[in-house]
Design a protein around this ligand. Structure first.
Ligand code: UDX
Length: 428
């Protein structure tokens, strides 16, 4: 395999995983970030995010993987530039592409460059605009490739190294082939297409995954209303090979850095073309309601929540990550505080943003401490620690043994036997 020089722009989740994995595949990689503190941490050998296997991979490849703030250093020897910057929602609801454009403009003097690869999630049509910008900046010889990532947090390294497919959207077959060759060593089918289609694959994949979960959540509510057991129902539904068993777990709603942002961006993109996407809108609405349903369950058990002490176990949007972006726990904490409850919480990793609601929530080092004297507990994130917890002991710590298991993590019969007033999602 030919070793290539690669510049990765952005040392966030995607940039770090992409940079580390490309170095692992044998390439020389410089990751550039404009945040000096982030670069300092990485140079010191620390990893500023929690991602299994990433720290070891970075350490293992330190000869080939460097970090810098300096643009010239990043571009020296770079044949391929990866854009891995964030594209947050803007005030208008469209994706804010300002960081993407600033990276592309900064490439002006990179005469050795042969391809620009877009990893950031962007609206359809971004590649065409990038093409114009590259041409205006004297980079007509540089091909543009859309290579969306499908990595899930907590398994990003595995997802990069063993993907279901590699999607290559190319406006120039030579650049596309160069990017495919960078993945030599990875055994996966390559889906090659035009740039716009590749951009759409990413948005459509996330929207369909979110659709499956919202569907599961809606069926769970129907199960609650009719006495069916959603675990049995979707377990058997998922055995149909045409449907598949994945992403049919009902819960407290989907969150994270991708699904909420990408589904909104897709809806916004559709609206910009004068089209109202009804299914996607419903998928988003079902999720917004789902995040609030736990509050109703608690009210059914406790009545007025004012003055009640409620423990939230788990804050991160899923286990195995410290990421709090769009975590359902934030909506839940805010709603409970608004109802006048006192909220206590536990999570082994989560790093909530400063400000409300988390400034008004007391955090404890162990689940037991969070449960001490509370009127109810909500399982928000399915951390393995909670599956293993001694619930018989936990039961004795609580003032009233009310539990809403928002992830269907525990066995209802066992919890009721211990004495819990236990409800979960879609299970009788
Ligand atoms: C997701 C996609 O999986 C990934 O391909 C894309 O690149 C980014 O978005 P991620 O956000 O890391 O990855 O998490 P994921 O594991 O997919 O879970 C997303 C959310 O859905 C979580 O809140 C999770 O709890 C929830 N979920 C997932 C369910 O509620 N039920 C399920 O069956 C699956």
């Amino acid at each position: 395999m030919a070793e290539r020089g690669i510049a990765v722009f952005g040392a966030g989740y995607i940039g770090l995983v992409t940079g580390a994995c490309l170095a692992e595949l044998g390439h020389r990689v410089v990751v550039r970030d404009i945040n000096p503190e982030r670069v300092r941490i990485l140079r010191a050998g620390d990893v500023p995010i929690h991602e299994p296997g990433l720290g070891e991979m970075i350490a293992r490849n330190k000869e080939r993987l460097t970090f810098t703030e300096d643009l010239d250093q990043a571009l020296a020897g770079a044949e391929v530039a990866y854009v891995c910057v964030d594209t947050p929602p803007s005030a208008s609801g469209d994706a804010d592409l300002s960081r993407v454009w600033s990276v592309i403009r900064s490439l002006t003097n990179a005469q050795g460059l042969r391809a620009v690869v877009m990893k950031s999630t962007v609206p359809v049509g971004t590649g065409a605009r990038a093409r114009v910008l590259l041409d205006e900046h004297g980079l007509s010889h540089v091909g543009y490739v859309s290579n969306p990532e499908f990595t899930a947090e907590g398994r990003a390294v595995t997802d990069f190294m063993s993907p279901d497919r590699i999607v290559i959207g190319q406006d120039d077959a030579t650049a596309g082939a160069l990017v495919v060759a960078l993945h030599t060593g990875i055994d996966a089918p390559v889906a090659t297409m035009d740039v716009k289609s590749a951009e759409m694959v990413k948005l459509a994949s996330n929207a369909l995954l979110a659709t499956k979960i919202s569907f599961a959540n809606e069926i769970a509510t129907l199960c609650e209303n009719t006495g069916a057991d959603v675990g049995e129902v979707l377990g058997a539904v998922g055995m149909d090979h045409r449907l598949g068993a994945h992403f049919l777990r009902p819960g407290i709603g989907w969150g994270g850095s991708c699904f909420p942002k990408d589904s909104e961006a897709l809806r916004q993109m559709a609206s910009n073309t004068g089209f109202h996407p009804q299914l996607l809108t419903a998928v988003i609405n079902v999720n917004n309601i789902q995040k609030r349903r736990a509050v109703q369950h608690l009210k059914d058990e406790l009545g007025d929540l004012a003055g009640k002490d409620i423990a939230l176990l788990g804050m991160a949007f899923k286990p195995g990550t410290d990421d709090m972006r769009e975590a359902p726990s934030t909506v839940l904490a805010g709603r409970l505080l608004a109802e006048g409850a006192q909220v206590r919480c536990w999570d082994p990793l989560a790093r909530p943003a400063a400000g409300e609601p988390w400034d008004s929530v007391t955090r404890f080092a162990t689940p037991q401490q969070a449960l001490d004297g509370v009127d109810a507990v909500v399982i928000v994130t399915e951390w393995p620690e909670l599956a293993r917890l001694d619930w018989t002991e936990a039961h004795t710590l609580m003032r009233t043994p009310v539990m809403f298991d928002g992830r269907n993590l525990l066995d209802p019969a066992r919890l009721r036997e211990i004495g819990f007033r236990y409800t979960s999602v879609g299970r009788p």
